[in-house]
Design a protein around this ligand. Structure first.
Ligand code: BDR
Ligand code: CA
Length: 318
């Protein structure tokens, strides 16, 4: 049985790869793709989602743009990681289709309402759209099976010493989501920094004879540049956002623990910190399944095997 999902993303190299991974698997049924402002400005992340879906020949998936800025703060973008377009590196097609004339929140609400089965939300950018959806459509909470998000860290941050980028951009939105009572899977830096793609893995991808694999290899060539800085201590580049999809496809690849997670929204020093109560020190009930470990080789093999699906025949089947 295929699991209905909605991807809310800010492509973004790793968002694009998460999308490509998800769409290779019929076990996942993407009802919509919505975009958040984050890695780049909202016009660019929307255009990038359309470009990736055009590459995949999936103009059948409705796309809508979301909030242009965080709930109560100015937008911060990560062009130092993702470049001027947000997807620098490969030559991507011009979008072959238009976004929906409704907002991300309206599209998500419509798809959740119409779905026979509860829907899983997969946000891989700042949580602005998801928070707006939850705040404006309380009647739909029961139809959201789970929120599988990339964001946060039990350990150190990657944008400030305390905060991960997606949560730091819109901590008030993250606070709403983590307090919603909807089951959450948190793919934070604890696990995504272990989900590194190495040079030899990128060469495996480049050797796959199809245009999507070629594009992913070129996305990764660019994504590697930022992560080669020795200060990170990485060997490869952390594939943050695809961890969400890998967990949906094969949770056995991951080690997880249910924990209470709180969001810091006040402190100047630790704004956007995800406070993870790993030792049940607060006595508060767990509100998230937090991923802490990954079978890296299994994860990379899943990605590489998935990319082989995109043969020219497969891409032209619609
Ligand atoms: C997150 O920030 C973005 O730059 C990536 O796309 C990922 O979602 C990692 O902190
Ligand atoms: Ca992202």
């Amino acid at each position: 049985m295929s699991r209905p999902i909605i991807l809310d993303c800010d492509p973004g190299h790793d968002d694009a790869i998460a999308l490509i991974l998800a769409l290779a698997h019929p076990e996942l049924s993407p009802l919509a793709v919505t975009t958040s402002a984050g890695n780049q400005t909202p016009d660019k992340t929307l255009n990038n989602a359309l470009r990736i879906l055009t590459l995949l020949n999936r103009s059948d998936i409705p796309v809508a743009g979301g909030a242009v800025k965080p709930l109560s703060r100015e937008l911060i973008i990560a062009d130092n990681v993702h470049g001027e377009t947000g997807l620098d590196g490969p030559a991507l097609p011009v979008p072959s289709f238009e976004p929906q004339a409704i907002s991300a929140v309206e599209l998500m609400a419509q798809k959740i309402r119409q779905s026979d089965k509860p829907v899983t939300l997969v946000p891989t950018g700042p949580l602005t759209n998801i928070a707006l959806l939850l705040a404006s459509h309380a009647e739909l909470h029961a139809k959201i099976e789970r929120i599988v998000l990339m964001g946060g860290a039990a350990g150190v941050g990657n944008w400030t010493p305390a905060a991960e980028f997606n949560i730091f951009v819109d901590p008030e939105a993250a606070d709403i989501v983590f307090k919603s009572g909807i089951p959450i899977t948190m793919c934070g830096l604890d696990v995504t920094h272990q989900a590194q793609i190495m040079d030899e893995d990128i060469e495996r991808i480049r050797a796959i004879p199809n245009p999507v694999a070629k594009c992913v290899a070129e996305l990764l060539d660019f994504f590697m540049i930022y992560h080669r800085d020795p200060k990170w201590g990485f060997v490869g580049a952390p594939l943050h956002d695809p961890c969400t999809i890998a967990w949906l496809l094969n949770p056995a690849l991951f080690d997880a623990q249910d924990c209470w997670v709180g969001i810091e929204t006040q402190s100047e020093l630790t704004l956007g910190m995800t406070v993870v109560d790993r030792y049940q020190l607060t006595g508060k009930p767990a509100n998230a399944t937090v991923l802490f470990g990954i079978d890296r080789q299994g994860f990379v093999d899943l990605l590489v095997d998935s990319l082989a699906v995109y043969t020219p025949t497969y891409l032209n089947r619609r």
